[in-house]
Design a protein around this ligand. Structure first.
Ligand SMILES: NC(=O)c1ccc[n+]([C@@H]2O[C@H](COP(=O)([O-])OP(=O)(O)OC[C@H]3O[C@@H](n4cnc5c(N)ncnc54)[C@H](O)[C@@H]3O)[C@@H](O)[C@H]2O)c1
Length: 236
């Protein structure tokens, strides 16, 4: 479905799922603004180097995107990290870094973009969470808490922005092979595969395609939803 005439901002745009979302948005005709700590591999769309944890930088980026493109309709809040350790060994720095990136980093861009979306009376937002927010995961107290927080944050934003015609949804992937999971031992990856009812892991193109659908006019009646893209890895 065409997204021509729409402006999209994607955080965590330089790698994995975020980079694929940018590629599919670009293919659908949207103007794409990528936001990431690192420069992207391809320079097919405009890129802002920024740390999503910084609210002041989020305000600047959103302002610059609106100045450059004249609008901002679609937000994909996808930047995320892991720092896994059993909770009794986890350091305060590991806790704070993951919560600040994965949860505060969603709030910073929602807060910065909300006035623009409310003014326009139009907007579609997707937050990337994880099935581990729903089921909990050994060694991921910080990550699962941050991603569960994203669901509460997204549903609150859906309520607060609903009267302005803005939808806010969550995509919760199961395990996807990207930089984030590259270092996992093969037996962990194999266990995840065995957990799926489809007998295979999800591809990042499939996660991105679901994100894209939630950004199309066809999905405008969907808000506050959590859509799992996990090959049936967790059916709670
Ligand atoms: N890969 C998986 O199995 C999986 C499963 C469920 C959910 N997710 C979620 O999907 C999202 C994307 O993950 P991915 O697998 O593509 O990871 P990835 O590591 O390939 O990409 C994440 C991107 O976020 C950027 N980033 C990290 N910290 C940032 C910060 N402070 N400011 C700006 N950018 C920052 C990184 O530079 C990187 O480009 C994450 O939120 C992740 O938690 C991934």
């Amino acid at each position: 479905m065409s997204l021509a005439g729409k402006t999209a901002l994607v955080t965590g745009s330089s790698s994995g799922i975020g980079a694929e979302v940018c590629r599919q948005l670009h293919e659908s005709g949207a103007r794409v603004a990528g936001v990431d700590l690192q420069a992207p591999a391809s320079n097919r769309f405009r890129h802002w180097v920024a740390d999503v944890r910084c609210p002041r930088r989020a305000e600047e980026v959103v302002q610059e995107v609106v100045q450059e493109f004249g609008s901002l309709h679609l937000l994909v809040l996808n930047a995320g990290i892991t720092a896994d350790r059993m909770l009794w060994r986890m350091t305060e720095e590991e806790w704070d870094r993951v919560i600040d990136t994965n949860l505060k980093g969603v709030w910073t861009y929602l807060r910065a973009a909300a006035p623009v979306l409310r003014r326009q009376q139009e907007g579609q937002v997707v937050v990337v969470s994880s099935i581990n927010a729903l089921r909990g995961k050994l060694g991921q107290a910080n990550y699962a808490a941050s991603k569960a927080g994203c669901i509460g944050l997204a549903r609150t934003a859906a309520r607060e922005l609903g009267s302005a015609g803005v939808s806010v949804n969550v995509v919760a992937p199961g395990m996807v092979r990207t930089e984030l999971t590259r270092e996992l031992p093969p037996e962990v990856v194999e266990r995840a595969r065995q957990e799926t009812v489809l007998g295979r892991l999800v591809e990042m193109e499939e996660v991105a395609a679901t994100v894209l659908f939630l950004l199309t006019p066809a999905a405008r009646a969907i808000t506050g939803a959590v859509v799992q893209v996990d090959a049936g890895q967790w059916m709670g």
